[in-house]
Ligand binder design. Structure first.
Ligand SMILES: Nc1ncnc2c1ncn2[C@@H]1O[C@H](COP(=O)(O)OP(=O)(O)OP(=O)(O)O)[C@@H](O)[C@H]1O
Length: 304
């Protein structure tokens, strides 16, 4: 059974269609990325499934059941930057959060340890770095030990060190068995921490599946690139141009790049050169870059 599934969720804000018949299905134990540029509808989607916003149409199920308050209490959320009191300690702030959420304060040491802030628990929130502040926010989401976490852009506004801390924490929570649903507009982030991804653009789902299938799978009809080097590049160029599977030969500094379809295999190129009496000193099949694949899916980098 899926932890979360949506059925044709749509949302209009007046004339703005923020979501258009969105279907996602989150398997247990996944780190599920909702990837899309600013304004693509990620926050709206998370807001609806957390019952902060109402859908215009469509429905969703948490663990196969229509959402109810009790269930939602068992989901840890980080939807916006939480308001912690700057002059109170991390521990005191969590005591307040626990009492608001109806969780026992006995859980506070545990969550502070998970996010690696236990040693700094007595320090005032205002003395924390941005990364620490965000970790405290995740600690607050972890109160009550929810099995599912919903995080909206958890690394937004952090410096590279802070980003690395949060990504490490998400990986660690995943390893401990939590299901994590997170919005992000950073392709690299989704590739680094997520197991599954839905790419959303202008409220429409463009692709969904495991990160590997969606972002790395070139598909059989896709173009591929092979790089080759031999002692005499001109001779190599003259020879390889005769190989039917090679559509284009590009001269790069000290190497040739061959563009072809999936039938242009490294084995074929190697054998062909060998038969022409040329020994290759380098041969590599290059994967299409993630960025290129993303642009293919979304059609544009800046278009929302
Ligand atoms: N309260 C609102 N009233 C009117 N339009 C809204 C409202 N909230 C969001 N929108 C619009 O809905 C669309 C989706 O917004 P949403 O915030 O869900 O996207 P997002 O992908 O989360 O973007 P961001 O990363 O910037 O938060 C945008 O066009 C946005 O301008």
């Amino acid at each position: 059974m899926h932890v979360l599934s949506t059925n044709n969720l749509s949302k209009n804000y007046g004339t703005v269609q923020a979501l258009n018949q969105v279907n996602i299905a989150v398997p247990p134990g996944a780190v599920y990325g909702i990837l899309g540029p600013n304004g693509s509808g990620k926050t709206t989607l998370l807001g609806i499934v957390m019952n902060v916003l109402e859908a215009s149409s469509g429905s969703y199920l948490w663990n196969g059941q229509s959402g109810n308050e009790d269930q939602r209490k068992r989901i840890g959320t980080l939807l916006e930057t939480p308001n912690f009191y700057p002059y109170l300690s991390a521990e005191r702030n969590l005591e307040i959060a626990a009492s608001i959420k109806g969780h026992s304060t006995a859980d506070i040491s545990r969550v502070l340890r998970i996010v690696n802030l236990f040693e700094r628990r007595q320090s005032a929130f205002s003395t924390y770095s941005l990364g620490m502040k965000q970790r405290l926010a995740i600690a607050s989401a972890l109160l009550g030990d929810p099995q599912v976490l919903v995080l909206d852009e958890p690394t937004n506004g952090l410096d590279p060190a802070g980003i690395a801390e949060i990504r490490q924490l998400i990986r660690q929570l995943h390893a401990s068995g939590k299901t994590i649903i997170m919005a992000s507009h950073i392709l690299d982030e989704v590739e680094k921490v997520c197991t599954h991804v839905t790419i959303i653009q202008k409220g429409n789902v463009k692709a969904s599946g495991t990160v590997n299938d969606v972002l790395h799978n070139d598909g059989p009809a896709q173009e591929r690139v092979i790089e080759i080097v031999a002692e005499d590049l001109q001779l190599l160029r003259d020879a390889i141009t005769g190989l039917q599977q090679v559509k284009e030969v590009i001269s790069r500094p000290a190497m040739l790049q061959l563009i072809g379809a999936a039938d242009m295999t490294p084995q074929l190129v190697n054998r062909y050169c060998f038969e022409k009496g040329i020994t290759l000193s380098y041969l590599a099949l290059k994967k299409k870059s993630l960025e290129t694949r993303f642009l293919e899916i979304t059609g544009s980098s800046s278009d929302q």
